[in-house]
Design a protein around this ligand. Structure first.
Ligand code: P6P
Length: 343
């Protein structure tokens, strides 16, 4: 059977097979429309008067870019009108949006509308990350607690990276696939099926300027990688850091690697920079579905019971054996499994 060509046909096939229902297909087509609109806006750059600061702060206390606000408005508007979502949660909004008259709708949508937006003004890739949960109590208006479900309960997850090409990566819980936006037709076309992350890697991604703030196991792990062939790892490593999670994770999905934003004591009030509900959880589901692993370095991310909508979490994800190696440096991980690189 030839693979379906575009997102619409792909979702129709998965609806017919019973993997998803028509309402989730509608939610994802709506998300794709929002991403297309965001992509078009971003690609106008300075021509669209959409660069620079919005002159406001988000719930994280971070300065909002104009495009943060625009992307959030597009996601809220389109998903709010989709007829299949009971509530929305976003990095850019303190409280969830409860959709009027939507209490009976089956899904909750969570998103980082424009991840990596600090890169916007320097023309580096950014993206939209999205996560879908079941509304746990249809018939009631979803309050914050309705969203606080472990990542393993996500119905699906995805992200769209606005890079040289606009590419959506999607998992429905049965592998991960990628769709490239055709600028002429406006369709997301299936271009990669069954993404598989190599289990081994020689490439790590971390913001090395935080080195003095890292916990000792991370300092030791990175030092051992940098020691190269004469060090404990017995091989040379390469480093990448785009400072845009969608770009770094897309590279890891494409060629392997380990992406790390570990806990550090730069700000002791924060157990990491990345947010669990709409960054770490969706990315962890995608990476895990692509044969990788996702951990805080001490526990699987997808098993965490959330306590707050905007809570942060340490993130180590990517090539399975390298993530396992990082957990071993923290005195965790399954010692019975073969260490990465062991002959
Ligand atoms: P730093 C972007 O702000 C983001 O949330 C992720 O996309 C990215 O991986 C990380 O923060 C970059 O953080 O501290 O290197 O700027």
């Amino acid at each position: 059977m030839t693979a379906p060509r575009n997102l619409s046909a792909y979702l129709e096939e998965h609806t017919t097979s019973g993997r998803i229902d028509g309402k989730l297909a509608k939610l994802l087509m709506t998300t794709a429309s929002a991403c297309r609109q965001i992509s078009d806006t971003i690609r106008r750059g300075a021509l669209g008067d959409v660069l620079g600061s919005a002159g406001s702060e988000n719930v994280q206390g971070e300065t909002q870019k104009k495009l943060d606000v625009i992307a959030n408005d597009v996601m809220v508007d389109l998903l709010g009108k989709s007829g299949v979502v009971a509530g929305l949660a976003s990095e850019e909004m303190e409280a969830p949006v409860i959709i009027d008259g939507g209490a009976d709708r089956p899904y909750l949508a969570l998103f980082d509308p424009l991840d990596g937006s600090s890169n916007i003004d320097v023309n580096i890739s950014v993206g939209t990350i999205f996560s879908v949960l079941r509304h746990p109590a249809p018939g009631t208006a979803p309050q914050v607690d309705a969203f606080l479900q472990p990542g393993a309960r996500q119905v699906c997850a995805g992200f769209t990276v606005y890079g040289p090409a606009t590419v959506m990566v999607l998992t429905l819980g049965d592998g991960a696939d990628a769709f490239t936006l055709d600028p002429e037709s406006g369709e997301f076309v299936l271009t990669t099926t069954d993404i598989t992350i190599p289990e081994e890697t020689k490439e790590f991604a971390i913001n090395a300027s935080n080195q003095r703030f890292w916990e000792e196991p991370v300092q030791r792990y990175i030092a051992d990688c940098l020691a190269g062939t004469t060090g404990p790892r017995g091989k040379n490593f390469n480093m990448r850091w785009v400072a845009s999670m969608v770009a770094d994770v897309y590279r890891v999905l494409s060629r392997g690697g380990v992406f790390m934003y570990p806990k550090d004591h730069k700000d002791p009030s924060k157990p990491g920079k990345l947010r669990l509900m709409y960054e770490a959880n969706p990315m962890s589901l995608i990476v895990t579905q692509a044969g990788g692993a996702a951990s805080t370095a001490r526990e699987d991310i997808l098993g965490i019971q959330p306590e707050a909508l905007h809570q942060r979490v340490p993130v180590v994800l990517g090539s399975k054996n390298e993530v396992l190696e990082v957990t071993r440096y923290h005195g965790c991980g399954d010692a019975s499994k073969k260490p990465a690189g062991e002959r």
